[in-house]
Design a protein around this ligand. Structure first.
Ligand code: PCP
Length: 282
């Protein structure tokens, strides 16, 4: 029996939301609802318009026989700005400051809604780039990488600072870690990355940038290419950071070890993506 338009719209929306960055042929929906392609096209027009108006995302249409539709998750400027302001406020709570200017984030990075929004924000910035893999370093970066990976429909790979036989043979690099100028090692299973793949680096926190820099050299070792770098928060760092082209959602701009407080403000994400957000409103 034919499926009514209202029922089709609900089921198509769910189907698309669950498959970001995935091309779905119109014929798939025609068969699923036993409806003409012209009806399905009208359905998709309604979904596209509503997604646009509510800033749920973009419904791309790929023409031709091998064509179809692809849902690109995005976040609107206002929702992004509100979330970032909320996170900056949360980080400025007392008792988050840790020795060495690090910040306690594990409660936030264990909250599903926070992880969803972080993933959506970072995936929005890279929605139109060729990201074949999302890379992070164990441990606290992993939930962020998983969330970004889900929104971009790209696998995530975990770099480790320890050797595990369960990772098989690995490529390893030495890197200068943080302000302590210690040499550390990080490695990635050889099976994780193909040469030439586009890699997005994400992490929960960047201080001196040594960790991110280590991941950059790992990407070079794999003959892969760096698409971008995005971190949830960046610490206050006096020295010259080894990394400069990155986005951060939050920036720690003041640390007072006497009163054990820190002040966090929005990072450079909104400024960096101003043109992108303007394009969405157009
Ligand atoms: O910019 P840098 O000076 O290199 O510091 C940023 C590192 C340090 C910290 O990881 P750790 O807390 O050391 O390790 P884990 O994530 O496993 O807790 C954080 O998650 C980044 O990866």
């Amino acid at each position: 029996t034919k499926v009514r338009r209202s029922d089709r719209l609900i089921d198509m929306t769910r189907y698309l939301l669950e498959r970001p960055h995935t091309l779905v042929p119109l014929t798939y929906f025609s068969k699923r609802y036993e409806s003409a392609k012209s009806s399905i096209s009208e359905d998709l027009g309604i979904i596209r318009r509503t997604f646009m108006q509510r800033q749920t995302g973009i419904l791309e249409t790929v023409p031709g026989a091998a064509g179809g539709v692809r849902y690109i998750p995005t976040i609107g400027r206002n929702e992004a700005s509100d979330f970032i302001a909320d996170m900056a406020h949360r980080l400025s709570e007392t008792d988050r400051l840790l020795p060495g200017g690090y910040v306690y984030l594990s409660d936030l990075l264990g909250t599903p809604e926070v992880l969803r929004q972080i993933g959506r924000l970072i995936a929005t910035q890279f929605a139109n780039q060729q990201v074949d893999a999302v890379m992070t370093v164990a441990t606290k970066g992993i939930p962020i990488a998983q969330s970004v990976s889900q929104y971009l429909n790209a696998p995530f790979v975990i770099v480790r600072r320890d050797s595990k036989i369960t990772e098989g043979s690995t490529v390893s690099v030495n890197y200068v870690s943080g302000s302590s100028a210690r040499i550390e090692k990080m490695e990635l299973s050889k099976r994780s990355l193909q040469a030439g793949s586009g890699v997005l680096i994400v992490d929960d926190f960047m201080k001196a940038g040594g960790t991110v820099n280590g991941m950059r050299s790992l990407i070079e070792e794999f003959d892969a290419n760096l698409v971008g770098i995005s971190v949830f928060a960046e610490g206050k760092f006096a020295g010259d950071r080894m990394v400069n082209d990155y986005t951060s959602l939050i920036r720690v701009d003041d640390v007072d070890t006497k009163t054990n407080t820190l002040h966090a403000v929005p990072g450079n994400y909104l400024d960096y993506n101003q043109a992108m957000f303007k394009g969405m409103d157009a």
